[in-house]
Design a protein around this ligand. Structure first.
Ligand SMILES: O=P(O)(O)OC[C@H]1O[C@H](OP(=O)(O)OP(=O)(O)O)[C@H](O)[C@@H]1O
Ligand SMILES: O=c1cc[nH]c(=O)[nH]1
Length: 212
């Protein structure tokens, strides 16, 4: 199925790492390092249109004008907790990016997000903002996070996740048709508790080892 607001990064390396992450027997340590690795690959695709500016440099052979990223224009915003895993991977690729955090958890009964923390750099007007969270399930958390960031009128806004589903993509498209999603896969559907099927379970618990 095609989703107009979504790019599926279906590189073989991404597919392989995602399969390893899905497996029940994958340890917390392995899950964490795989999320970092896969996020780096997702970022490669999601940041394809970042602006570069030519600078005068000197190679050992000759002077030249060469493109450099305007790194400080990028703001990476992690939805806590699990977004931290994606953030860590993306920061390896763009260490000079500014960082924001939005604390949200999903009320297990209503599946609506509850905000408990917000700290994002101000002055977003000329900055490219990437909001990240591994799971786009109902999409309610992403919709709320993007709404919050939009109050600061960012120059551009995109969303990076590990796994999406049709319900979450539809919700996001309805509320934020201007925000493009980059993901490693779009799974089949949600179950009655709002979990992605086949999915990978609770991303935060798997990343931090908090499953009881
Ligand atoms: O699309 P949604 O239906 O809103 O679900 C997605 C949210 O659920 C997970 O977080 P959770 O609320 O479990 O919090 P946690 O990261 O603290 O575990 C996930 O990391 C997303 O933030
Ligand atoms: O499948 C899901 C849905 C929401 N949050 C998760 O961590 N996993």
């Amino acid at each position: 199925m095609e989703f107009p607001n979504c790019t599926v990064v279906d590189h073989p390396l991404v597919k392989h790492k995602l399969t390893m992450m899905r497996r029940t027997e994958t340890s917390t340590a392995t899950f964490r390092s795989l999320l970092q690795e896969i996020s780096l690959l997702l970022a490669y695709e999601a940041l394809r249109d970042l602006k570069v500016r030519d600078e005068d440099i000197q190679t050992p052979m000759a002077p030249m004008r060469a493109p450099m990223l305007e790194g400080k224009k990028l703001v990476l915003v992690a939805i806590m907790r699990a977004g931290q895993g994606i953030l860590d991977g993306m920061l390896q690729l763009v260490p000079s990016a500014r960082v924001g955090h939005i604390g949200l958890y999903r009320d297990p009964e209503t599946l609506t997000p509850v905000e408990y923390y917000y700290r994002v750099p101000g002055q977003l007007a000329d900055r490219d903002v990437v909001v990240c969270d591994p799971m786009l399930a109902t999409g309610n958390s992403a919709v709320a996070a993007l709404q919050r960031v939009k109050r600061s009128k960012p120059g551009s806004l995109r969303f990076v996740c590990l796994l999406a589903c049709p319900e979450g993509l539809a919700n996001l498209r309805e509320h934020h048709p201007d925000v493009h999603v980059y993901t490693a896969a779009v799974d089949e559907k949600l179950n009655e508790h709002g979990y992605i099927l086949p999915g990978l379970g609770d991303a935060g618990d798997r990343l931090f080892g908090t499953k009881t």
